[in-house]
Design a binder for this molecule. Structure first.
Ligand code: UDX
Length: 434
């Protein structure tokens, strides 16, 4: 089978490489000449574990190629996947669909055989039907069906999430299109991955519902953590006690500084906006958005409190700036709230992140970037863990104490245990524990 994937970002590049690994012939198209030139040189523009090997292997075996144009590949494509960006529109919560619609029109103008047009990007409910309308308008003679095939990829584990998904969700309006999608996902079919097939709106809403629910689950445990601090409970044990209930599940119950990333913030906003527009407001999701935003903004105050009420003239070492480990992605990272707030309160910031420093340096000013965790902590008055990179999980506490002017550690990811840290002589604060 032959497909085109439009968009060489996190979703597009991972999807293109994984379909190629399935044996599908894939052309990954992006309008950025620079990005395509880098990919043609074998350079991967994003940090995603395993992606460079997967891309290289499939370029070498001829299953994967890159281009800045869908022509001529579209003449032979069985399906075209739209995996372009759907950022949050300036000033509101709605998703900006201009790239999606532009891609749809260009596809319509270049179709010459029956082709399935698939939205892989997360798109608001109703987008698939709007794409059908736009394509018919652009080329009334075009023969196509539109499908929704939302991705459930987590950055840092995207390839595993694609190759071994809990389920594949397919929205389509014809058996002919469904047959093409089943053929594309045949390798997963063979390992009995559940396929959820429904109409377009159902598939589109399933994606938003899943992400908004995960964001809600995280926000719930974050608020429980605040209560734990007041009553002397331990949120990690509460989380364990909850999660062992099969109806709740143990995942996504890790209390932290608030969720970030390229999806939860964007998707909760888009869902809330759609719900408002359709007259079925989701007040729970609206509250989750508000609680999470406030939480991220409140984290700097925890650091200031741990430093005795002021960081003026002090140096704070920040370990981890990406929105989660195993990615270089800074989108909506809590560090973008915490670091400027501490600087505003008079602190000098030293920081280190295994992968994110390059991206972060474009977004944060006046940060001294350390070559490693210990280098960042050298001479600082306190250290803050913002992202739970593995290399922060077994720091030599004696060395940390020797490097810091005062042994103050604020652990916003609960990597360490309060009793151990206090025994080691630290003034230690964390989330949801005393
Ligand atoms: C998410 C969804 O998991 C994925 O299915 C969807 O396709 C895209 O959005 P991603 O944003 O890459 O994936 O990362 P994820 O691992 O979900 O974490 C999102 C945010 O939630 C991060 O800031 C993370 O630190 C936070 N988080 C996650 C918690 O605070 N606690 C948790 O228990 C889990």
């Amino acid at each position: 089978m032959k497909i085109i994937v439009l968009g060489a970002g996190y979703v597009g590049l991972v999807s293109a490489a994984c379909f190629a690994e399935f044996g599908v012939h894939v052309v990954c198209v992006d309008q950025s000449e620079e990005k395509i030139a880098a990919l043609l040189r074998g350079e991967i523009p994003i940090f995603e574990p395993g992606l460079d090997d997967l891309v290289k292997r499939n370029v070498q075996n001829g299953n994967l190629s890159f281009s800045t144009s869908m022509v001529p590949a579209i003449k032979e494509a069985d399906a075209v996947f739209i995996a372009v960006g759907t950022p949050t529109r300036r000033g509101g919560g709605h998703a900006d669909l201009s790239y999606v619609y532009a891609a749809a029109k260009e596809i319509a103008q270049n179709l010459s055989r029956y082709t399935v047009v698939v939205t892989k990007s997360t798109v608001p409910v109703g987008t698939g039907r709007e794409i059908m309308r736009l394509m018919r308008e652009a080329n009334p003679k075009a023969e196509f069906d539109v499908c929704s095939n939302p991705e459930f990829l987590r950055e840092g584990s995207a390839i595993g999430d694609f190759m071994r998904p809990d389920r594949v969700v397919i929205g389509c309006e014809s058996e002919r299109a469904a047959a093409v999608m089943r053929a594309l996902y045949r390798p997963l079919y063979l390992i009995e991955t559940p396929m959820v097939v429904a109409n377009l709106e159902t598939a589109e809403l399933t994606k938003y519902a899943a992400n908004a629910f995960l964001a809600t689950k995280i926000t719930f445990i974050n608020e429980i953590a605040d209560l734990c601090e007041k009553v002397g409970a331990d949120v990690q044990t509460v989380s364990k006690g909850m999660g062992l209930d099969g109806r709740i599940g143990r995942k996504f119950l890790h209390a932290g500084p608030g969720y970030g990333g390229s999806c939860f913030p964007k998707d909760t906003l888009a869902l809330a906006s759609t719900a408002q527009d359709k007259g079925a407001p989701m007040r729970l999701v609206e509250t989750v958005i508000d609680v999470n935003d406030r939480r991220k903004k409140s984290m700097a105050a925890r650091v200031i409190e741990a430093c005795g009420g002021s960081v003026a003239g002090k140096t704070i070492a920040v370990l981890g700036v990406t929105f989660k480990p195993n990615t270089d992605d800074m989108r909506d990272s809590v560090s973008l709230d915490v670091i400027p707030a501490l600087q505003k309160a008079g602190a000098t910031i030293r920081a280190y992140d295994p992968e994110g420093a390059k991206e972060a340096a474009k977004l944060l000013n006046d940060v001294v970037w350390g070559k490693g965790a210990y280098d960042a902590m050298r001479g600082a008055d306190a250290a803050v863990i913002l992202t739970e990179w593995n290399e922060f999980r077994a720091l030599d506490l004696e060395e940390v104490k020797a490097l810091l002017k005062t042994p103050v550690l604020v652990d916003l990811r609960n990597i360490y245990k309060p009793e151990e840290m206090r025994a080691a002589g630290f003034t230690y604060s964390s989330i949801g524990r005393r």
